[in-house]
Design a protein around this ligand. Structure first.
Ligand SMILES: [Zn+2]
Length: 116
């Protein structure tokens, strides 16, 4: 069982949350301009990353807000979470690297550091 750090409410049991897949999937600006194959890629295909991974979660039985969770899909180690709009793929990579260096981890903002 995972303990998920909601950036709005704090750490709660996984059963309060719903997983919504890969983070940072952006809808194409002009879907009608896409071929069927391109639209199919957007709708159905994801990276299915093995390792460090940014995911979209919702605190279903809490604040009901979406947020990004940084997790290793192999070990289930959770690096932290971010409110929507507070991060992008570049900052996620920085956070993951920072978590691998414990001295940097201590200086991270509380909202993106896993609460234990
Ligand atoms: Zn919450």
């Amino acid at each position: 069982m995972l303990h998920i750090p909601c950036p709005h409410c704090g750490t709660r049991d996984q059963s309060e949350f719903s997983h919504h897949g890969e983070a940072y999937i952006t809808r194409p600006e002009n879907p009608k301009a896409l071929s069927d194959a391109e639209w199919g890629d957007y709708v159905f295909f994801r990276k299915n990353t093995k390792g460090d991974y940014a995911e979209l979660w919702m605190h279903r039985h809490g604040c009901r807000k979406f947020f990004h969770l940084l997790r290793n899909s192999v070990s289930d180690e959770i690096y932290g979470s971010c409110k929507i709009g507070e991060s992008n793929e570049e900052t996620i990579a920085t956070i993951v690297k920072a978590n691998m260096q414990s001295s940097v981890k201590a200086s991270m903002k509380p909202s993106i550091r896993e609460k234990s």
